[in-house]
Every structure is written in C-alpha cells, then in structure tokens.
Design a binder for this molecule. Sequence first.
Ligand code: ADP
Length: 267
Amino acid sequence: NDRLRLQFQLTHYGNGEHLMLVRDITRVHQLEQMRKDFVANVSHELRTPLTVIAGYLETLLDNVEDVNPRWLRPLQQMQQQGARMQTLLNDLLLLAKLEATDYPSDNQPVAVDELLQTIKADAQALSAARQHRISLDAAADVQLKGSEAELRSAFSNLIFNAVKYTPDGGDVRIRWWADAQGAHLTVQDSGIGIEAHHLPRVTERFYRVDSSRASHTGGTGLGLAIVKHVLLRHRGRLDISSVLGQGSTFTCHFPLSQVVREDLQPS
Ligand code: ADP
C-alpha cells in the first residue's frame, strides 16, 4: 500500500501534438484504503457488544411472564432494531471484504440453477403471507465459475428486492440462460418500479429511492452495492430497466470466459 500510484491521461490533438498528464494519486488511494479499513474495523468491533445486547433481550423475551407487560412492546422494538443493526453490520463487513480484492474468493463451477432454486424457496417462505407468484426458469447445464457464497448474496439481494418492492400477489420472474455472448440472469418484477433519474444511483451504498418507505421495508441500502461488487469480481455487469408503477427488470450479464456449459464440454 506504500506503492506510488500514478494516473496517466493522454490527449491527441489534430495537429499531431500530444499532451500527457500524469497525476500522483498515491495519497488519494491511501486515504480511500484508510476509509475502507476504518469501516471494516468499526463494523467488526460493534458486532460483539451488539451480540451481547441481543442475547440479553432474547433471554428477557423468552421469559415474558417475568416481564412487566408495559415493557413488552419496547423490548420487542429493541430486539427488532438490534436485528436490523446486525444485518447492517454484516452487509458492511461483506462489502468491505468485496472491496478488498478484484477477483472472487473461489473459482469453482457453481450450479446456478440449484442456487436459484434454494433462493426461490427462501423468498417464497419469506413472502408466504403476501401471495407472490415466483417463477423460475433456469438452464441446468449452464454453470458459472466463481464463488458460490458471493453469487448467493448477489442473487438473493436481487430476488428479495423483487419481492420486497412488489405489492402482495404480484409476479416475480427469474430466468437463467446462456447464448453466444455469455450467461444471463434476469429478475423481473411487477412491482412499484423506479423513476429513470434514480437508476444510475441505486447501486451506490445507502442510496434509496424513498427513504421513508425504505425504512419500513427493512433493507440496509447496501444490497445493490453488494450486487454490483460481486458482479464486477465475476467480470459481469448489471443492467436495470424499470417503469414506475409497472415493475423493474434487473439483468446480470456474464462473459463466456466465466461460463461452463456441460453441452460444450469434451466427453
Ligand atoms: P435496500 O436495502 O433499501 O433494498 P438496495 O441497495 O437493495 O437497498 O436497493 C436500493 C434502492 O433501490 C432501494 O431502497 C429501492 O428504493 C430501490 N430498489 C431496489 N430494487 C428494487 C425493485 N426490485 N423495485 C423497485 N425498487 C427497487
């Protein structure tokens, strides 16, 4: 990290002259690294006391007969907010880990269709009372090289978001397939949609389209930042298209170099 970092910018002029700008960005890079380390350390340090507090709250609520009824509601609120903070810290730590390197923590073929089946089952369990129709159409012979844990986080975030931002009874459609360009995952919902001017910013950390609404949907505002980082590490990219009031489509594209296709393997 003490290495000198230079940024080069070359401009060609019509008259045959060239201009080369060299910027020393060593300090900027060091400060950025300090910020990342700080966030990771604080998140890590906050986790332990929070686990202790959550533990005491759980013991109290396991013995409700000993609790003054007037305290029941506040204690439940404390437990809920504590759980939210735990999710937030876990997401911050995951993001810090993802930012630390440019490549996935593993490079094994991942059976994406099976992964999507389990995420779909989790999403269905989570939205049981909300009657969403969740469909999955995934090619079993298309695998992706990378880290199953990272891909699970990314794909879960997209699928849980689709459920979260779609009114009860709505549709969520998940598709996984390959073509000559690579492999693609589409998560399409019939939900509330996102206004066009928000689209370029939704993958920024803590960016939320409507923070008053977002606070009761229980998200952390880090989900799509995690998705973006996981995709970058797998050489993928994210496309988002959306129509307000009609729904959104999130598509992950992966290049052929990341794809393992059973039908193309020599037997
Ligand atoms: P959050 O934890 O708030 O869901 P995300 O990073 O996952 O954070 O998403 C950022 C914001 O993008 C959300 O707060 C929401 O406003 C918007 N968003 C994400 N997914 C969808 C979706 N499927 N439909 C509509 N809005 C969405």
